[in-house]
Design a protein around this ligand. Structure first.
Ligand code: DAH
Length: 358
């Protein structure tokens, strides 16, 4: 038994003293590795009398578990320190002027598309509203009629932040919709806002990045109905794709915060990775939309018997890919100046509906 006590004291001291992940791993191998001390003791069990084995077996196992746990805890602490040091090391001063050799900058296609969308809705009387990237659970979910435990919350692959005492964890907002809530709570109708912004979901492949961009729209006035929604969004699509003859359809869908909800598709021709709207017989999904759910209006202090509204949300990165023929989303965020020069836009040309968008 004294072996067990002394190995444990020794091991715990060495684990506590390990100053790096490598040093910690060396301790782990020396104790728990195939040729480690604990494994060595385990190897002696076979030759013991059954009585002795009955006593030493569980004791050795418990020792192993305690050492493993101590290694795990120490590893977490060392990783946190390493991450902190990395974050400090990788600080970039974004206020430094670019080197002259970098040449003239270009507007990123996502920013170009933001500008185009803002120009179109600006003409229809929408103004831009913004909100925080770090949201609380209530604004991101509950107020938008996602009940606690509702599966729709899981569809969002949410990034949660560390929770404070007795508080629900904050989230990196999974959509721009919480800004609807913020605006309805701080302003009186009529409301006509466009909400551009970054959103975050735990997803990563050619068409999904953990940070991407949405534009959300919200109209709240007396007597607003689906006809207004349809007219507004069809006009938007015509202006955005710069074609007069758009065929659109609204497919029934589910969003917790709208009722009825729909996804809007436009007819298009798909050829060689490029999509041409206004031609062909394929369908392209453009956005999600619907009439604001009475529960959402109530949660924001509005009376659904008086005020109605419609909302819509669209993914900007995807629309930019489709409009400008970029096949992969990942280079969007790699800051490669060659890519930006190739796909970027002149910073001097401001899109406008009358002067031309692109
Ligand atoms: N928030 C939705 C999402 O991220 C997008 C959306 C759909 C927003 C319909 C809306 C809407 O305002 O009416 O998937």
């Amino acid at each position: 038994m004294s072996d067990i006590t002394s190995i444990e004291q020794d091991a715990l001291a060495a684990i506590a003293a390990a100053a790096s992940l490598d040093a910690l791993d060396a301790v782990r191998v020396a104790e728990l590795g195939k040729k480690g001390r604990v494994s060595g003791l385990m190897g002696t069990l076979g030759a013991m009398a059954p009585e002795e084995r009955k006593e030493k077996g569980p004791a050795l196992n418990a020792l192993k578990v305690r050492i493993e746990e101590a290694v795990r805890v120490r590893k977490g602490a060392l990783e946190a320190v390493a991450l902190e040091a990395q974050l400090v090391r990788e600080t970039v001063d974004l206020t430094l002027p670019a080197a002259p050799s970098a040449g003239e900058g270009a507007l990123h296609p996502v920013m170009q598309v933001f500008e185009e969308i803002a120009a179109i809705f600006g003409d229809m009387g929408f103004r831009v509203a913004e909100g925080p990237d770090i949201e609380d659970d209530w604004h991101n979910f509950t107020a938008l009629n996602f009940p606690e435990g509702h599966p729709a919350r899981e569809m969002h692959d949410t990034f949660f932040l560390k929770a404070g005492d007795n508080a629900l964890p904050k989230v990196l907002r999974t959509h721009t919709s919480p800004v609807q809530v913020r605006t309805m709570m701080s302003e009186k109708p009529p409301i006509r806002i466009l909400i551009p912004g970054r959103v975050f979901r735990n997803d990563w492949d050619a068409t999904h990045t953990p940070m991407f961009h949405q534009v959300e729209g919200l109209v709240i006035e007396e007597g607003i109905h689906m006809g207004h929604l349809k007219g507004c969004l069809v006009d938007f699509v015509k202006a955005f794709f710069e074609v007069d003859n758009v065929v659109a359809r609204f497919r029934p869908h589910f969003f917790p915060f709208t009722e009825p909800s729909a996804e809007m598709d436009v007819q298009c021709l798909r050829a060689g990775g490029v999509v041409e709207v206004g031609k062909g017989t394929d369908w392209l999904e453009v956005l999600g939309c619907g009439m604001v759910h009475p529960n959402v209006l109530r949660n924001c202090g509005l009376d659904p018997a008086v005020h109605q509204g419609f909302a819509f949300g669209l993914g900007v990165d995807r629309l930019a890919m489709l409009k400008y023929g970029m096949p992969d989303l990942r280079p969007y965020f790699e800051a490669d100046p060659q890519w930006t020069r190739h796909y970027g836009f002149s910073p001097w040309l401001t899109p406008s509906v009358s002067g031309g968008l692109s």
